[in-house]
Ligand binder design. Structure first.
Ligand SMILES: *Cc1c(COP(=O)(O)O)cnc(C)c1O
Length: 394
């Protein structure tokens, strides 16, 4: 069936069936097209394909059928017009900046984004005359106050890492659009299963496919989804020239990841919610950060904006860093790793790993206490996850 028809289907169906253009071999599963180049029918055919006057594959830096299938499938799921895949989530973020920004532009970025995203703006785009202001994710007024006449875009992740704060996407999209600027949402934590930023007014959605989209910790990849116009004018020319391309093998892994994404996300959320409620009853836990809890400051916003509350839980131990390290070292099953979105539960101490390069003052300002522990809740039995934590919590 024709690809455009998938718009009428639900996300669960799109995730399994959209994007595959069956070849004359009648294969049921999407093949890996391990080819760098393609053969043209004639000199004229080659010339026409290069100018884009007729469609068709040219060279796998920017056209590959397996990568294309991944792009089409993810675009349907996000309810976006067009998707381009990249070699990593950071490559996707880099591409958005390289495509959209020029010297003299201004960016507003949430203070609570992935560490390397901060560095991209602070260390690299700054070198080329792009100024970035970092603001508090949930302080909508601070975003508005930071807007300048040359603000090209606002950039955020929601929920944030590691404090799981929720930004009001709709309010920030309205602010961006009132000032002729764009809203970019890194939707890595929620995936389209839990949150659809375009329906709330976002202009560009970014993914690290490395996390929930793969879901089993095997490949690194990323994606940018936006309108045809934005992709065609700003992102595709950069991908074609800059070359941070997703490999066909990785696209094939991510395609099968998408097929189980909806049921995995539901199971991640169920386990995480259960763990968060249980942690709240533990005497040595000072605070649990999980948007499903009514104690969470943006619980109502999370309920409106997301279908479920996500797979990441963080919590503060009364005993500070020593208690946090002790808990982490007492686990037998849970993996000590900073990766997230895996079927395997992982545990980290943000203050000495992902956020260890921040000064103690900057960490305090970001609200990341020494007793904070972050868990990416996997799909093992929730009883086994609790049992692995119970000794260290005592
Ligand atoms: C991991 C991550 C990235 C970067 O993705 P890579 O695939 O590791 O390059 C970007 N944003 C968020 C929210 C992430 O968790």
């Amino acid at each position: 069936m024709n690809n455009t028809d998938w718009n009428d289907y639900s996300l669960e169906t799109q995730a399994i069936r959209a994007g595959h253009q069956r070849t004359p071999e009648d294969e049921h599963s999407i093949p890996i097209f391990a080819t760098s180049s393609y053969v043209f029918k004639s000199a004229e055919d080659a010339a026409l394909r290069f100018t884009g006057k007729i469609p068709g594959n040219i060279y796998s830096r920017f056209t590959n059928p397996t990568v294309n299938a991944f792009q089409e499938r993810l675009a349907f799921m996000e309810k976006g017009e067009r998707c381009l895949a990249f070699s990593s989530g950071m490559a996707a973020i880099m591409a958005v900046g390289m495509g959209l920004l020029k010297a003299g532009d201004h960016v507003i970025c949430s203070r609570s984004v992935f560490g390397n995203t901060v560095l991209v703006f602070q260390n690299y785009f700054a070198k080329f005359g792009v100024e970035t202001d970092f603001v508090d994710l949930i302080d909508t007024k601070a975003w508005e106050a930071a807007i300048k006449s040359n603000t090209r875009f606002l950039f955020l992740e929601t929920p944030s890492n590691p404090l799981i704060e929720i930004a009001d996407i709709k309010a920030l999209a309205d602010i961006a659009h009132a000032h002729d600027s764009l809203l970019i949402v890194d939707n890595c934590f929620c995936t389209p299963v839990l949150q659809k930023p375009f329906e709330l007014g976002a202009d560009i959605v970014i993914h690290s496919a490395t996390k929930y989209i793969d879901g089993q910790g095997r490949c690194v990849g990323g994606a940018v989804i936006a309108s045809d116009e934005i992709i065609e004018k700003y992102i595709y020319p950069y991908l074609r020239t800059g070359g941070a391309t997703m490999s066909p093998f990785n696209a094939w892994v991510f395609l099968s990841g998408l097929e189980t994404l909806a049921i995995r996300m539901k199971a991640h959320c169920d386990n995480a919610f259960e763990l968060a409620k249980w942690l709240e009853t533990q005497p040595n836990v000072a605070k649990v950060h999980y948007p499903g809890l009514s104690s969470h400051a943006q619980h109502d916003l999370a309920k409106r904006q997301q279908t479920q509350f996500g797979g990441i839980v963080s919590f503060e131990l009364k005993g500070g860093k020593d208690a946090a390290w002790q808990l982490i070292d007492s686990t037998k099953m849970i993996s000590i790793t900073a990766n997230l979105g895996d079927v395997k539960t992982t545990i980290t101490h943000p203050a000495t790993t992902t956020h260890g390069r921040l000064s103690p003052e900057a960490r305090a300002e970001a609200g990341i206490k020494d007793g904070l522990v972050r868990i990416s809740v996997g799909l093992e039995s929730i009883e086994d996850i609790k049992n692995d934590l119970i000794k260290g919590l005592a």
